[in-house]
Design a protein around this ligand. Structure first.
Ligand code: NAD
Ligand code: IPM
Ligand code: MN
Length: 346
């Protein structure tokens, strides 16, 4: 059966890293006999340019009918003053597909340990996953901007919290059996409900330890003692901020992939970073976040563990060979790095 993959290259470095991801997918597919077809659709700023809308109707329909979706990145300063921004397309896509569970793994690669601002001993045993709630909270509440007053509404139902908690506990069951739920329950009502539901769900998982942390000190602990974390679960906004903070541990956003899952729709795979307008068009973006997102897609949507591991090993080997893009202190271009990764697939 031919697997249908919808690709959304988007803006900035998006098309550059998508091309890299697809080259690697093609090479792996040939090796493992994975049959697929690509349907490239306009999205984000590219969607606005093509149709006036960041999530064109045809793009949404194609995404709904796909077996999996690959997204590179959206956003550009070009649209800063426009009434409709590329980011709205991303939020609508997540909402339309019900992609509530965003999985952001944090892993340290031996070969680039020196890039981390942390002392090497602090990097030992870091292996955690941020489970970010992705379709609720302040992102999707009313945003009211008046001349001298503005408000953003944060709203969570217990059901929205419960399903992301279940996701986190199920994941922890397959790992080191610890969930750290991060909130701000000393101030926010939504966080009080968040913690209550976390404790309720924990009762169904007697083998998994639940720890609750406040987001401010959790942000500090992520730097001072990151090895304590196994599965972090948190609301949409905190998850956005904490996962970019987590990229400091491996030393660059350029190695951070993610997967987003819903109850019924196809899953979506994307780097956690944005369109990096400061380096777009220069051919120097790090393609590893995109390529590792392809690996997550192979494993999680298509059960192609062999292909996923082949990619992950090739990434490690490439780094060990000192093949580094500019964000990692090297001078290798996106295309050169992609070619080396493909050569290292075995
Ligand atoms: P960003 O993540 O695009 O970039 C932050 C910094 O990291 C920049 O210096 C950039 O050059 C660097 N960087 C990011 N990815 C890199 C890569 N693969 N290789 C090398 N360097 C990399 O964040 P920003 O600059 O704050 O945002 C730019 C635009 O992207 C905004 O419009 C924002 O809304 C959007 N954005 C989109 C997504 C997404 O598509 N999922 C995610 C985050 C931000
Ligand atoms: C991310 C991005 C998005 C978010 C933006 C572009 C809307 O930062 O995917 O992390 O805040 O979720
Ligand atoms: Mn973000």
């Amino acid at each position: 059966m031919t697997n249908k993959i919808v690709t959304l290259a988007g803006d900035g470095i998006g098309p550059e890293i998508m091309a890299a991801g697809l080259e690697v997918l093609k090479a792996v597919a040939e090796k493992i006999g994975f049959d697929y077809e690509i349907d490239a659709q306009p999205f984000g700023g590219a969607g606005i340019d093509a149709t006036g809308h960041p999530l064109p109707g045809e793009t949404l329909e194609a995404a709904k009918a796909a077996d999996a979706i690959l997204l590179a990145a959206i956003g550009s300063p070009k649209y800063d003053t426009c009434p409709i921004r590329p980011e709205q397309g991303l939020l609508s896509l997540r909402k339309e597909l019900g992609l509530y569970a965003n999985i952001r793994p944090v892993k340290i690669f031996d070969a680039i340990k020196h890039l981390s601002p942390l002392k090497t001993d602090r990097l030992e045993d870091i292996d955690f996953v941020v489970v970010r709630e992705l379709t609720g909270g302040i992102y999707f509440g009313e945003h009211i901007l008046e001349t001298d007053r503005a408000r953003d509404h944060n709203d969570y139902t217990s059901e929205e919290i419960r399903r992301i908690m279940v996701e986190a506990f199920e994941l922890a069951k397959t790992r080191r059996k610890k969930v750290t739920s991060i909130d701000k329950q000393n101030v926010l009502a939504t966080s009080k409900l968040w913690r209550k539901v976390a404790e309720e769900v924990a009762k169904d998982y007697p083998d998994v330890i639940l720890e609750n942390q406040l987001v401010d000190s959790a942000a500090m602990l992520m730097i001072t003692n990151p090895a304590q974390f196994d599965v972090i679960v948190t609301e949409n906004l905190f998850g956005d901020i904490l996962s970019d903070e987590a990229s400091v541990l491996p030393g660059t956003l350029g190695v951070m992939p993610s997967a987003s899952h819903s109850a019924t729709a196809p899953s979506l795979y994307e780097p956690i970073h944005g369109s990096a307008p400061d380096i777009a068009g220069k051919g120097i973006a790090n393609p590893m976040s995109m390529i590792l997102s392809v690996a997550m897609m192979l494993r999680e949507s298509f059960d192609e563990k062999t292909g996923a591991e082949m990619i992950e090993r090739a990434i490690e080997k490439t780094l060990a060979q000192g093949i580094l893009t500019k964000d990692m202190g090297g001078a290798t271009t996106t295309d050169e790095m992609t070619a080396v990764i493909i050569g290292n697939l075995e």
